[in-house]
Write a protein that binds this ligand. Structure first.
Ligand code: AP5
Length: 220
């Protein structure tokens, strides 16, 4: 399956992606995690990306599209992938279409996670991620690590993302509404969007998402 996950910052895309990727045996490709890995390795791409991320803006398409394409061309993505955070505007969606068409591939679904703003703000305020691998995500109330400040998966130090400050989150939400939400209509026009309420426990949301992704009686 080739799936795109969409939803506001803090909706739980990364959290759900980890479960879905495992259940569906496809890689979880997060452009945010790829940028954060570049930042911790202090690459040129990481330095460039950080300045945009810390301000809550999108990293320019010129670098983002190439990075996403390189990752999607890795052998583990040959039979499908779960894209988290890409595409994030209409020009990235068009670039993804071109990539897929050139390989005679198509998307199966665009999963739109809906969460009210107040909930998103609570989720982001309490989020802690692992310094060694930013896909290891916890929450001080909703998803506590066994030992405070320590990642259950790899023992890395947990910290609050630089772009999770109140001011930057406000900006990220604005950017989501103005630049990312239009891709939902772009994909709705092609009948690909599946909207799921992401309110409830992580497990409840995973159940709803798996249900929503099941083929209907026509096999669609
Ligand atoms: P990115 O890392 O993609 O951030 P985002 O889209 O803003 O999403 P988040 O990671 O904030 O949230 P999430 O929905 O994954 O929530 P999570 O599962 O962690 O991008 C960061 C930046 O990189 C962008 O601002 C941009 O600058 C740049 N960038 C990335 N991709 C780009 C692109 N394509 N083009 C240009 N720039 C790009 O959950 C949040 C918290 O809630 C966690 O603590 C979790 O434990 C908790 N939680 C999750 N589910 C539940 C639940 N059901 N109940 C209670 N708590 C829950």
């Amino acid at each position: 399956m080739r799936i795109v996950l969409v939803g506001p910052p803090g909706a739980g895309k990364g959290t759900q992606a980890a479960f879905l990727a495992k259940n569906l045996s496809i890689p979880h490709i997060s452009t945010g995690d790829l940028f954060r890995a570049n930042i911790s390795q202090q690459t040129e791409l990481g330095k460039l990306a950080k300045s945009y991320m810390d301000a809550g803006n999108l990293v320019p398409d010129e670098v983002t599209i190439g990075m996403a394409k390189d990752r999607m061309e890795k052998p583990d993505a040959e039979n499908g992938f779960l894209l988290d955070g890409f595409p994030r505007n209409v020009s990235q969606a068009e670039a993804l279409d071109e990539m897929l068409q050139s390989e005679s591939m198509k998307l199966d679904a665009v999963l739109d996670l809906e969460v009210p703003k107040e909930e998103v703000v609570k989720r982001i305020a309490g989020r802690r991620i692992c310094r060694r691998d930013s896909s290891h995500v916890f929450h001080v109330t909703y998803s506590q690590p066994k030992k405070e400040g320590v990642c259950d998966v790899c023992g890395g130090e947990l910290y609050q993302r630089d772009d999770d400050s109140q001011e930057t989150v406000r900006k990220r939400l604005d950017v989501y509404h103005t630049q990312t939400e239009p891709i939902i209509d772009y994909y709705k026009a092609r009948g690909l969007v599946v909207t799921v309420s992401a309110v409830g426990t992580v497990e409840d949301v995973t159940t709803c998402v798996m249900e929503a992704l099941k083929p209907d009686e026509d096999g669609k």
